[in-house]
Design a protein around this ligand. Structure first.
Ligand code: GLC
Length: 730
């Protein structure tokens, strides 16, 4: 009997497995293209339109843009934005889709994993100030590991929108004001998320956003018009996307903004022409939240059907939470306004990613702790925090002198935890964050007595609180004043008309300043802050951005001198908000002499420039040397500069290489970042930094349709105040 049963079961198993292998799309040994074609051929129109649609599962708890989870999610939906952190809830939905639909197509679960999932590390703007993209890759891999174990297969990250207006809340999410740097860090993030192969354990699909030009939002106001010429589009906003598409990013998210009259959500030129025809991008494009429906508000569509048709024909494959494609395309097909071949093309792109991620074979999440990764988490988060902090000012008050026996730790950020996490903090728990005060306690222990007073809330001046703070300061040798922004003051839908801190915080500093004790200002923010009135009252200033869970210990290490700060700004600090926009790679004034063109009331120079960041040691830069000064366009030359640590302690120094083109067919920025290197240098040691210049890559500019042009003539190579001429002679 047993033999009969056994052969029956084997027979059945053979039949089933043979049956599934006889169905090409269920056969993992076949190429993705073959599986996609087979599956597509079996799909009904309804099933296809569901694949083009994304809804939300669970409630959206993201600050500033909360929304409720959609009830009645149709079986067969293509993707869900997953706001829960329970893999079993996700598996339950997946099982319903795999087992109770005709073809068993897995759902793609996406989420905003922007700077960590459980283990929140510094915001992207901070990461870029570390000038350590390799570390950013490690952290993105950790984020992918944690997200993957929650059931997320797709993150809406990296955000690579070049931003020059710090009134815009989303500057927190990008990698600063430079196109090249946004590309370098965007590529670093894609590498971390997608790994060597999408089939690798913990790999999740990346999503480049917000395509394109969103950072140019007029007045820093979110969701607005952007005046972007095609020249600026190609020279400023597109380079990071090109670099990340070349890196193999799987998806792109179209942006909310209106690009000089044509919203990004229905912009044929950027989506079909550039992304598809020029860059041969073969992934898929998802709209931003409700962005298709918003085309009606932006004045380019009379109704949802027209909005959907425009967005789809322009190149948006998947509709985020509108269901406009699903609700309208059947009718549009019948009216002959839409061709099924376009729908098939988009469905193919979405199915391809699901096959490449292995979702058909492994649709369910089986959480798995990886001890090696787990052990690396805190160390990497702390290192990124440490390297992202920028010492903006220091009159030698730091590191804290051994003679200091007591510190007054004051301000709304002193014991705060929640706001250290910043915007888009996914499943990060504020209670798991270490406050600045806790970090100081751990670092200084008994050596230094810490006296605490709140001093002021974030926004309300309170004379009683100020009095308490003054009393604490009077009993202390120096002041650690912790000021900054709430995490809801940056991120999406968080533009501010001024980048000043609230007067309550400025009042507190003014009151403490009168006590005459040294003040170290610790600033936690999601954007550059207007410091014109605070800077003169501070002996030292450290910008710590929003460092996530583990910034307090590294900060205390910098205050004690155990750590030498190495961060450098990747976004300019204006002197006052009225200077905005002010950024390093502006065009030259027509009258750069005798202060012509300055404001009548203030200087045009910012308080702290792009690249600014102090150290506890000093570096001496040699002159720049080049292997040749006259070159032809297709030969590379080597540029070198030697940096010597003339101080008494080791440090990590980043050398930024810029080029200038003083006479070109078009006016170019005063200087353009083209390369950088970060190295640790011991006291007394010298290190050579090398930049291999490829003229086509590093000296050319792009014309208004993105064609790189290299002109003969003079160029300047610049590092700090060092400069050398090179000439392209043919
Ligand atoms: C939001 C944001 C976008 C995010 C998406 C999903 O509105 O603009 O960055 O990825 O919707 O949450």
């Amino acid at each position: 009997m047993r033999l009969v049963t056994f052969s029956l079961v084997c027979g059945m198993f053979f039949t089933l497995s043979h049956a599934s292998e006889s169905i090409p799309y269920k056969n993992p040994s076949l190429p993705v293209k073959v599986r996609v074609a087979d599956l597509l051929s079996r799909m009904t129109l309804n099933e296809k339109l569901l694949q083009l649609s994304q809804l939300t599962l669970s409630d959206n708890n993201v600050n500033n843009i909360s929304a409720n989870g959609k009830d009645g999610i149709p079986l067969g939906i293509g993707s869900l934005i997953y706001f829960s952190s329970d893999p079993e809830a996700r598996n339950k939905v997946q099982k319903e889709n795999m087992l109770n639909t005709r073809l068993g197509i897995p759902v793609l679960f996406g989420f905003d994993v922007i700077h960590g999932y459980n283990s929140i590390y510094p915001i992207p703007l901070a990461q870029s100030c570390s000038w350590n993209p390799e570390l950013a890759t490690k952290l993105s891999r950790i984020a992918a590991y944690e997200a993957y174990n929650t059931g997320i297969n797709w993150t809406f990250s990296p955000m690579i929108d070049v931003s020059r207006d710090p009134r815009w809340g989303r500057v927190a999410e990008c990698y600063g004001e430079d196109p090249y740097l946004n590309g370098i860090f965007g590529v670093a993030a894609v590498k971390g998320y997608q790994g060597q192969d999408l089939l690798d354990k913990y790999s999740i699909a990346a999503c480049l956003k917000h395509y394109v030009g969103y950072g140019a939002s007029e007045g820093g106001r979110d969701y607005r018009y952007t005046e972007v010429s095609e020249q600026t589009l190609w020279s400023t906003y597109l380079p990071p996307y090109k670099a990340c598409v070349e890196q193999g990013a799987c998806t792109v998210m179209s942006a909310f903004n209106d690009i000089s009259g044509v919203p990004a959500t229905c912009n044929e030129y950027t989506l079909n022409h550039i992304l598809r025809d020029r860059w041969k991008f073969d992934g898929f494009v998802v709209s931003d939240w409700n962005a298709i429906e918003q085309l009606v508000y932006q004045g380019v569509a009379e109704n949802d059907a027209e909005a959907g048709l425009k967005a789809f024909k322009a190149g948006v494959d998947m509709d985020m939470v509108d269901m406009i494609y699903f609700d309208n395309f059947n009718k549009l097909l019948n009216e002959g306004k839409l061709d099924i071949s376009l729908i098939d093309k988009s469905v193919e792109r979405i199915l391809s990613l699901k096959f490449r991620l292995g979702l058909f074979e492994n649709p369910y999440t089986v959480p798995e702790k990886d001890t090696k990764i787990e052990k690396s988490i805190r160390k990497n988060c702390e290192q990124m925090a440490e390297e992202s902090f920028v010492l903006l000012k220091n009159d030698k008050t730091l590191p804290i002198d051994n003679k200091v026996k007591s510190l007054a730790v004051i301000g709304p950020m002193a014991k705060d935890k929640e706001n250290l996490l910043g915007s888009w903090s996914a499943n990060g728990k504020p209670e798991n964050a270490e406050s600045i005060f806790e970090g100081l306690s751990s670092e200084f222990g008994k050596r230094i007595k810490l006296n605490y007073a709140l001093g002021s809330n974030f926004e309300e001046t309170n004379q009683e609180m100020i009095k308490e703070a003054i009393d604490v300061v009077s009993k202390s040798d120096a002041v650690i004043l912790c000021l900054g922004e709430k995490r809801t003051w940056s991120g999406e839908n968080a533009s501010r008309s001024t980048i000043s801190l609230p007067t309550a915080q400025e009042d507190l500093m003014s009151a403490l300043y009168k006590e005459g004790k040294p003040i170290v200002l610790i600033l936690s923010s999601g954007r550059p802050i207007e410091l014109s009135r605070l800077e003169p009252m501070a002996n030292s200033i450290i910008e710590i951005w929003q460092p996530g869970l583990y910034g307090a210990i590294p900060l205390a290490g910098i205050l004690s001198g155990r750590i030498n700060p190495s961060g450098k700004l990747t976004m300019t600090f204006p002197l006052i908000s009225g200077q905005i926009p002010v950024y390093y790679n502006m065009r030259q004034s027509a009258r750069p002499y005798k202060k012509m063109g300055d404001y009548l009331d203030i200087t045009v120079n910012p308080l702290y420039e792009f690249g600014h960041g102090l150290s506890y040691t000093e570096y001496e830069y040699s002159e720049i040397s080049v292997s040749k000064t006259k070159i032809s366009r297709n030969e590379e030359i080597k540029a070198e500069i030697t940096v010597t640590n003339i101080g008494s302690r080791s440090g990590k120094e980043t050398v930024l290489w810029f080029i200038s083109d003083p006479a070109c067919t078009i006016s170019r920025p005063i200087k353009e970042l083209k390369f950088f290197e970060k190295k640790e240098i011991q006291p007394g040691e010298s290190k050579v930094y090398t930049f291999i210049i490829n003229p086509e890559r590093d000296l050319s500019y792009v014309d208004s349709d993105g064609n790189p042009l290299l002109e003969k003539g003079l160029y300047y190579l610049r590092v700090k105040d060092k400069c050398i001429k090179i000439e392209v002679i043919d």
